[in-house]
Design a protein around this ligand. Structure first.
Ligand code: CA
Length: 223
């Protein structure tokens, strides 16, 4: 999944970016309000982590602008102080969640997962498809109780399919939400990774869960 991080404190931003990437997210980063607004309006991100105090334009103004333009990407606001006024202001104009600095990184991860689930009908951090269980907090995958060993990229792809379970995702969606940085759009990298994933997820099991939808993309489902 793809996260936009708008944070002007570069050290903090670097630490958050690195941590998110270690947990399989692809991260776009902006260091001021203008750049943040541009990215929020133009990049297909799944969650926005938005600092309030920013140069050029505040996080609250960015949020107000994107919500008035019907961009409903989930937003977690970061604030330096636990000021009730900022909190109420942000929630009133469409923030989905709040974190007060300094925060525990695991808490940020948990809140991001909660917002990612909100879009679908997924209620907990373990996503189930037929006999498969994907633990999005631990990044562990089991089928019929057996542990499947996936690389970070294979896991990221499976998790993206799982958050969209029952819905077709196109190759374009996959490249935009997972492999954004080192990706060559003309390559068949998505198909290559789908094949890797099938070998680990489906090959040894009778019921296949990754399905190709000709001309459209892929879908993860139980039937
Ligand atoms: Ca700031």
């Amino acid at each position: 999944m793809r996260v936009l991080l708008v944070e002007d404190e570069k050290d903090l931003a670097g630490i958050i970016k690195q941590g998110l990437e270690e947990h399989g997210y692809s991260v776009d980063m902006a260091h001021d309000g203008e750049e943040g607004l541009y990215m929020a309006e133009n990049y297909p991100v799944d969650v926005i982590v938005l600092d309030i105090m920013l140069p050029i334009m505040s996080g609250l103004d960015i949020l107000k602008t994107i919500r008035s333009n019907d961009i409903n990407t989930p937003v977690i606001m970061l604030t330096a102080k636990d000021t009730v006024r900022d909190k109420i202001g942000g929630l009133d104009i469409g923030a989905d969640d709040y974190l007060t600095k300094p925060f525990d990184f695991d808490e940020l991860l948990a809140r991001i997962r909660a917002l990612l689930r909100r879009g679908g009908d997924i209620k907990e951090s373990v996503i189930r498809i037929a006999d498969m269980e994907i633990d999005t907090a631990r990044h562990e995958v089991h089928r019929e109780g057996k542990h499947l060993s996936l690389s970070a990229k294979e896991y990221a792809l499976l998790e993206y399919l799982a958050y969209n379970k029952g819905h077709v995702v196109s190759r374009f969606d996959i490249t935009e939400h997972i492999y954004n940085e080192e990706f060559d759009l003309d390559s068949n990298v998505v198909d290559v990774y789908i094949n890797f994933l099938r070998k680990k997820v489906d090959k040894d099991f009778e019921q296949k869960l990754i399905h190709t939808v000709r001309g459209a993309g892929y879908i993860l489902k139980g039937e």
